[in-house]
Design a protein around this ligand. Structure first.
Ligand code: X8Z
Ligand code: ZN
Length: 604
């Protein structure tokens, strides 16, 4: 039953927050700008704790009520940030601003993921659409052998199932989760674009591209340059994998030429193919002798123990242990009695040390990597927690995504021996380097085209180049163009396949993962050099190296206070993102792949 008192209370709060137009009273001068920033940081800080708690409760306990609370809070947050963005624009032409004030004004103007226009009700409608889509995703089910199955279980089953009729069933049924989001998504795009235009951007995609310390057009070009740099490696891997899939499944399931069927790659989105290592591995050199999931199971490690192992890695670099509240408040496994958003995320609710992760951990290799990934976010958040509010962020969003992946690159066979997961006698020798590298390549390289295409699709949607009537075809087209994959079943515009990927309903920009893939190898190569590593790059582990840890922490502690090239330089000595480190890491594998592919017609 609806309580009139509660409705009244909510309405009052809603009206109270945005009504203050005090921003207009700050003089349009350098001093006025600095005072405005100080006030804006205060307002944002005051808003953020309750908002974060509301979003946390919603994501870990989805009900109609928590959806409503999250939508109300989300609308308030949007109203506040749009109000501040507009006020920040008043200082656009002021000369003589100090570096920090100018930088923070830019963040205020550019940093809104989904801006709402000023007209009454727009922020509320936008927040309601967003919450509904995220919760629809969280509650989504597909089927396995006809049984309703949640997304988290389907993700794992896609990794272990080798019957193409069953992978097709899972793929097709899970992608139905997107269908009901289509109209909401189109409406969300309209409102956010209206908001972006009021803030002076051509559309929401242009606003997303503006946050990288460089002109937005240069950012899009940089992505294309980096993709072109690493793409030959992807094409080699695609070619070899297609050959092995054809060998296993035959021409009727996977033809020798053309694209790969999307459901055969061990992952719902074909973004990480490491789960099918057993299918792809060559005899002999491919026998690396262990699977991390099996090692964890053999040692009786449960999800908590897996997170403890991740924590110990960071501790070995000199990072302080996670606070006790992390263990009390995190959600590490899927609760049996309620709906949650299983897609992994890391939080710092009070911007100090209320660190948490939210995950539905399974004991397997993929979740072991994801734990390191999420903890990377948490250690970054804590490292920059002394920065002023508007600098409580990463150097760019790719940095945030790269930290934990960089850590996980140190999970080498020798490291597994050190932490007593692998028996020393089982360490694969140099003759197995191809296998180790192939396993890593299947995890990392398919992510290159994939992490580039998600926002290429969205940028075109936001710009209007792709209208709602072409949403799905455009998605299928970029999947084919960049990844060389095709859906296992016919698609129509009744489908909305992008909605079956968490970051689309959740409106999490995705180019960050592309940058992270490049950056993690740059961090890793630099770290191994600092550690004095002389062997093949992929055998290097910085586990236990406090000197490297200290230098790494220096970069993390900078938060968003400096342009990202400064942060990159602080740790690696270079100022540019480059695919070279990744190519160096995989160089021996690429030579091997080219030999394997010499009788193949590669490409699609
Ligand atoms: O979403 C994530 C993390 C949370 S920030 C689990 N990742 C991307 C994905 O799952 O699609 C990490 C890899 C790419
Ligand atoms: Zn992440």
């Amino acid at each position: 039953m609806k309580s009139p008192l509660l409705t009244l209370a909510l309405t009052t709060t809603l009206l109270a927050t945005p009504a203050l137009a005090a921003e207009a009273t700050f003089p349009v001068t350098p001093t006025g700008a600095a005072a405005f920033i100080a006030d804006a940081e205060k307002q944002l800080a005051a808003f953020s704790l309750d908002a974060a708690r509301t979003q946390w409760v919603n994501a870990t306990f989805i009900t109609d009520d928590t959806d409503a609370l999250a939508a109300t809070s989300g609308a308030q947050g949007t109203l506040l940030s749009v109000k501040l963005a507009k006020a920040a624009a008043r200082f656009n032409t002021v000369k003589g601003l100090d570096f920090d004030t100018r930088r923070k004004l830019d963040f205020l103007r550019q940093g809104i993921v989904l801006p709402a226009p000023d007209r009454a009700g727009a922020a509320e409608e936008l927040a309601t659409l967003s919450t509904r889509m995220t919760s629809t995703y969280g509650k989504g089910k597909g089927t396995f052998k006809g049984q309703p199955t949640n997304g988290n279980d389907l993700e794992a089953l896609m990794g272990t199932t080798r019957d193409p009729a069953l992978t097709k069933e899972m793929w097709e049924s899970w992608h139905k989760v997107g269908q009901p989001m289509r109209a909401d998504y189109a409406r969300m795009v309209e409102i956010a674009n209206e908001g972006a235009r009021e803030l002076g951007f051509a559309d929401t995609g242009a606003m997303w591209r503006a946050g990288y310390d460089m002109p937005a057009d240069d950012f899009a070009k940089m992505i294309d340059t980096l993709l072109a740099e690493v793409n030959p490696l992807y094409t080699d891997l695609h070619c070899y994998t297609r050959f092995k899939l054809n060998e296993k499944y035959g021409d009727a399931v996977q033809p020798k030429t053309g694209p790969i069927r999307a459901d055969l790659l061990g992952n719902m989105w074909a973004q990480d193919w490491s789960a099918i290592y057993d299918v792809v591995a060559p005899k002999g050199a491919g026998d690396i002798g262990y699977d991390i999931g099996d090692l964890l199971t053999a040692k009786g490690k449960d999800p908590v123990a897996m997170v403890r192992t991740g924590e110990a890695f960071y501790s070995s670099l000199g990072f302080a242990p996670l606070p006790e509240t992390f263990w009390q408040r995190s959600m590490l496994t899927k609760p049996a009695d309620r709906e949650v958003v299983c897609h992994a995320s890391a939080w710092n609710l009070d911007n100090k040390d209320d660190l948490r992760i939210k995950m539905c951990i399974k004991v397997n290799a993929s979740d072991f990597v994801t734990i390191h990934h999420e903890l990377g976010h948490n250690y970054y958040q804590r490292a920059y927690n002394k920065q002023p509010y508007l600098y409580l962020n990463s150097a760019n969003d790719g940095f945030h995504e790269a930290i934990g992946d960089f850590a996980a690159l140190s999970v080498t066979p020798d490291y597994l021996v050190k932490i007593d997961l692998l028996d020393a006698s089982k360490v694969p020798g140099a003759s197995r380097d191809v296998g180790l590298l192939l396993r890593q390549a299947l995890e990392k390289v398919p992510g290159m085209p994939w992490t580039a295409l998600v926002d290429k699709w969205r940028w075109d949607v936001f710009s209007g180049k792709t209208p709602p009537a072409a949403y799905n075809q455009a998605w299928t087209d970029v999947r084919l163009k960049y990844q060389g994959i095709i859906p296992p079943v016919t698609r129509t515009e009744a489908d909305f396949d992008p909605g079956a990927k968490y970051h689309v309903p959740a409106s999490t920009p995705y180019a960050r993962y592309f940058l992270a893939r490049v950056l993690q190898f740059q961090f890793y190569e630099a770290a191994c050099k600092q550690a004095g590593w002389k062997g093949p790059l992929h055998r290097c582990s910085i586990y236990g190296d406090k000197k490297v840890g200290e230098k790494f922490n220096t970069m993390l502690a900078m938060g968003a206070s400096k342009p990202w090239p400064d942060a990159l330089q602080a740790f690696t000595g270079t100022r540019a993102m480059t695919g070279k480190s990744m190519l160096t890491y995989f160089a021996p594998l690429q030579t091997w792949l080219k030999q394997q592919n010499k009788n193949q017609q590669c490409g699609w």
